[in-house]
Design a protein around this ligand. Structure first.
Ligand SMILES: NC(=O)c1ccc[n+]([C@@H]2O[C@H](COP(=O)([O-])OP(=O)(O)OC[C@H]3O[C@@H](n4cnc5c(N)ncnc54)[C@H](O)[C@@H]3O)[C@@H](O)[C@H]2O)c1
Ligand SMILES: [Zn+2]
Length: 366
């Protein structure tokens, strides 16, 4: 049985305790209870997560003055303006007040929506994250970025709203479908490659156990990823500098997701391909690290589905519409060496298109 780590994130609005590990929900029991005591608690979750793990919130719900479960659709479908409005209305009908609490219990979609709804309701109420996917535990629940989608663009509307508490119980990952696990591991590999070579080595040696959802293997990986994310967020709370490194693999990744109609590739799978492409751009510019082969090898072991059939033109068009695009073009996160990357702007569209042709023909070759 692994111990639960109690990490801490300092940010301009205060400090967020972050509990991570097998049994984190029990370990954080008193912190959660005192946070909700005497107040109304709104639990935002999906039917699947509620059915699988809802009983783990019983103690927190008992500690609240009253509590209500607000169910939202599974996955990205939760992150809409309509859903946010419905939640605000329901919270008002259930006598939500400025000191009511919101707990987001689910994957990154629930966390992004829940944080956004809490950040705007009555000009902002406190919320906590109890993430239940690997993506959410290792990355999305930490750092206060919240958002909903518009039909034309993912994460188009949102705000920074730091959670009062993050509780990442890695025991909950046991029920995660293998594909979600793989998608999360791709994001962990991303963080490890740019921020934490030790974590990279651990993922390399434990990959089979990680893909098998072994709690004993997952817990230290989530702890290390959470630590790396915390360091980055503390250095750059509103993503003007170092935090942009987390977009490694996302420039092409987002375009691949869009080209596949958000069906063919899971987010992390698209990011994995995006990292392979960024390695190529880095090498063209003389930045490519000697250990690019290690990243390629590790991503190869993730058993990614094949690339969707997308033309270079369609991908270029999707990238041009990316919300991170600036007048100077798209920012690309390029690795410089193991444990180090940088944001490069002003790469000509022609250069990207040329490399894209080669990449689509043979994504794993160097
Ligand atoms: N705010 C941030 O910094 C940040 C960072 C990364 C990603 N995100 C966002 O996170 C979202 C993706 O999150 P995700 O990958 O966690 O997927 P998700 O939230 O869409 O969840 C995927 C599916 O897994 C189910 N699920 C959740 N926990 C489960 C469990 N323990 N067992 C079985 N099934 C479970 C969910 O109900 C859902 O159907 C995207 O919208 C992305 O934009 C945000
Ligand atoms: Zn991502």
């Amino acid at each position: 049985m692994s111990a639960v780590e109690r990490l801490s994130l300092r940010h301009p609005a205060g400090e967020t305790p972050v509990f991570v590990g097998v049994g984190a929900l029990s370990a954080a029991g008193e912190a959660l209870a005192s946070w909700v005591r005497g107040r109304t608690l709104f639990v935002v979750t999906t039917p699947r997560v509620a059915a699988l793990h809802g009983e783990r919130l019983a103690a927190a719900r008992d500690a609240a003055l009253r509590s209500a479960v607000l169910a939202v659709p599974e996955g990205e479908a939760a992150k809409t303006a309509e859903r946010a409005t419905a939640l605000w209305q329901e919270m008002l009908e259930r006598a939500g007040k400025r000191d009511s609490r919101l707990l987001a219990f689910g994957g990154g979609s629930v966390g992004d929506l829940g944080g956004f709804v809490a950040g705007c309701f009555l000009r902002g109420i406190e919320f906590a994250q109890a993430p239940t996917t690997l993506v959410a535990q290792a990355d999305a629940s930490i750092g206060g970025k919240t958002a909903i989608d518009l039909p034309a663009a993912k994460n188009a509307v949102g705000l920074f709203h730091q959670p009062a508490l993050v509780v990442a119980d890695t025991a909950l990952l046991a029920t995660l479908p293998r594909r979600e696990l793989r998608s999360g591991l791709a994001e962990v590999v991303k963080m490890a490659y740019l921020l934490d070579p030790e974590l990279l080595a651990r993922v390399e040696s434990d990959l089979d156990r990680l893909l098998g959802a072994e709690a004993e293997a997952l817990a230290p990986v989530v702890v290390a990823a959470a630590r790396a994310k915390i360091r980055l967020v503390e250095a750059d709370p509103v993503e003007r500098g170092a935090r942009r490194l987390l977009n490694f693999g996302h420039t092409l990744g987002h375009a691949l997701e869009a080209a596949a109609g958000y069906q063919g590739l899971a987010h992390g799978e698209a990011v994995a391909y995006g990292m392979l492409f960024a390695l190529r751009l880095a090498r063209r510019r003389g930045l490519a690290p000697q250990d690019a082969g290690r990243l390629r090898g590790l991503l190869g072991r993730l058993e990614l589905p094949p690339l969707p059939a997308a033309s270079p033109e369609a991908l270029a068009a999707a990238m041009a519409g990316d919300k991170k695009a600036r007048e100077s073009g798209l920012p690309w996160v390029l690795p410089e060496a193991l444990g180090r990357g940088r944001v490069v702007e002003g790469i000509a569209a022609r250069e990207v298109a040329e490399e894209l042709d080669r990449f689509l023909a043979a994504p794993f070759s160097d």
